[in-house]
Design a protein around this ligand. Structure first.
Ligand code: DGL
Length: 272
């Protein structure tokens, strides 16, 4: 029987939170992680340029890894490029978009915070999720400029600065008519890496929604309906991390990837 090959993609290390959940859900699957570290962070890119880049990079990665399914483990990429990717490449894609629907079902106060990158916050896709699923709630969206980078630094072993973190998450903690935010959506796959740190500086306790387990369940469901063909060429072994640049802090990053289950690095040079 052919082992399912899954390619997980993010701009950086955030998708590792999704990879962790996929590994738990499908322990026998062949996983390859890929990070467009040459393009990181995605949060401030212009939409057109970013869409083109994602479609190009994913094309290279599909050719190299011949996956049965691709997980776009990045909200910033999913909210602009999923449709184009599905059009360009005929294989199943599972994306990650802010978990507004579960947040609206869970909130008791009716006040929801959404933390995401500036890109995700500005997307039509995100606003339409709010209009569809949380029209009866007050939703405070915040485009956090530095959170994804803070999460990467943490994975590389650096200390998180509590004051900076507090400032980054502060805007989603709001009060209205005697009520306050009780659910915070983590709308960037990097942010679950910081949940414990956020809990230390949050103004009051809230539930944080990490969509990774739900994405992993979706991956399993889609795979069930996907024919599994053998690869035509030799593909990187399970546990490979493919990076688009060998720049600067690569060595530090490599130990972080190894610690999260991806000890075998490979580089395909795709400069911005
Ligand atoms: N991890 C990504 C996301 O889910 C983006 C981080 C970034 O590149 O700024 O949105």
């Amino acid at each position: 029987m052919t082992t399912p090959r899954i390619l997980l993609f993010d701009s950086g290390m955030g998708g590792l939170t999704v990879a962790r959940a996929v590994r738990q859900q499908l322990p026998g699957a062949h996983l390859t992680y890929s990070a467009d570290n040459a393009g990181f962070p995605y949060g401030a890119w212009k939409e057109d340029a970013l869409t083109k880049r994602i479609v190009m990079v994913i094309g290279e990665l599909i050719a190299r890894t011949e996956p049965h399914l691709v997980v776009i483990a990045c909200n910033t990429a999913s909210t602009i490029a999923l449709a184009q990717l599905r059009e360009a490449y005929h294989l199943p894609f599972v994306g990650t978009v802010p978990a507004i629907k579960p947040a609206a079902a869970q909130t008791k106060s009716g006040i929801i915070g959404v933390l995401a990158t500036p890109g995700t916050v500005s997307r039509e896709y995100t606003h339409s999720l709010i209009h569809t699923y949380a029209y009866h709630c007050k939703v405070f969206l915040h485009g956090a400029k530095r959170l994804a980078e803070i999460a990467e630094l943490k994975l590389k072993g650096r200390a998180v600065d509590p004051d900076e973190l507090k400032e980054e998450i502060g805007p989603v903690f709001r009060r209205r008519d005697g009520k306050r935010t009780d659910v915070v959506v983590l709308g960037c796959t990097h942010y679950p890496l910081l949940i414990e740190d956020m809990q230390k500086v949050q103004p009051w306790p809230v539930s944080y929604i990490d969509p990774a387990p739900a994405i992993a369940r979706r991956v399993a469901d889609v795979l069930d309906e996907t024919p599994l063909r053998d690869a035509a060429h030799s593909v990187p072994p399970h546990g490979t991390v493919i990076l688009t640049s060998n720049r600067g802090s690569a060595a530090e990053s490599l130990s972080a990837y190894a610690a999260m289950g991806f000890p075998a690095p490979e580089f395909i040079d795709l400069p911005v």
